[in-house]
Write a protein that binds this ligand. Structure first.
Ligand code: ATP
Length: 267
């Protein structure tokens, strides 16, 4: 975990493009509940994410962070309440779920690249098969994003030939090839060696600077302080507290937040 103190470099982040819409909602969760069998994992979640917001979600292990963001692109199903993505409610309508999935990119802790496909093939698979894009166009777009994450020279290699940090950057590039409106990150750096964390966070900072709407589950509190406009603390399936990074870190209101922060920041 990086320190929360902002360095001069961090303060120099380009916030000018990081505009948050005052009227356009990217994602809305209304009274959302989810159970795993008898276990009530998400309890009355209410959350409105405006376009351009960069939200960091933190909380103890098992608090429901992953489950919440996985519900947003229907990797997990909620049982009550509403999830509205870019104006469309997530229902059982498979066609709609498919459309929403195309708009929501997701990066996981364990990259989830196809090992038997090259980096370029990993990036072009969904644009060709889901978007029906011509192969040449898909490859051009893939190369654009591989350059963007600074690994165009790895395009013809297989995932197993790349470092963890490089694989995670491929996973981000692969998501971007689908032109998502929203990006979900589920602990994208927690499986990486320390020296690779920064290269992945740098890509995420770049995305934030370009105005991408982002929901990130991460323990990287330095990243939260640097790019988030809002930090959310979850515990036992509930959103306990949320605030802008400065007041969140310096003046948490709830005892559970204080305890969590004291544990992770003095670790
Ligand atoms: N498929 C499942 N079936 C049953 N219980 C599950 C399932 N997936 C997660 N859980 C439970 O739901 C709770 C919330 O899990 P979740 O992964 O959302 O937490 P988290 O806050 O992301 O934790 P971590 O920081 O450890 O990743 C945990 O108690 C977990 O054991």
């Amino acid at each position: 975990m990086t320190d929360i103190a902002a360095t001069a470099e961090e303060q120099a982040i380009n916030r000018s493009k990081m505009q948050i819409s005052e009227t356009e909602v990217a994602v809305e969760l209304k009274g959302m509940n989810k159970w795993y069998g008898d276990f009530h994992v998400l309890r009355d979640i209410n959350l409105t994410v405006m376009k351009g917001e960069r939200i960091v979600i933190c909380g103890p292990s098992g608090s429901g962070k992953s489950t919440m963001i996985r519900c947003i692109n229907r990797l997990e199903e909620h049982q009550s309440g509403q999830i509205i993505v870019d104006g469309n409610e997530l229902t059982d309508d498979l066609k709609k779920i498919d459309e929403i999935r195309r708009e929501v990119g997701m990066c996981f802790q364990h990259f989830n690249l196809f090992p038997h496909l090259t980096i370029l093939e990993n990036c072009t698979l969904a644009p060709i098969w889901v978007r029906k894009m011509p192969k040449k166009q898909a490859e051009e777009i893939a190369m654009h994003y591989l350059e963007r994450v600074k690994i165009p020279d790895q395009a013809n290699k297989y995932p197993g030939q790349l470092s963890g940090g490089q694989q995670q950057r491929v996973a981000i590039a692969r998501s971007l090839c689908m032109s998502p409106k929203i990006m979900l990150f589920d602990e994208p750096t927690s499986a990486l060696d320390p020296e690779m964390i920064k290269e992945v966070l740098d890509v995420m900072v770049g995305l934030a600077e370009e105005g991408m709407t982002m929901l990130c589950v991460t323990h990287e509190m330095g990243f939260a302080r640097k790019v988030a406009n809002r930090v959310i603390f979850m515990d036992a399936g509930q959103i306990v507290e949320q605030n802008e990074p400065e007041p969140f870190f310096t003046n948490p209101q709830h005892e559970r937040t204080k305890l969590f922060l004291s544990q992770i920041l003095h670790h």
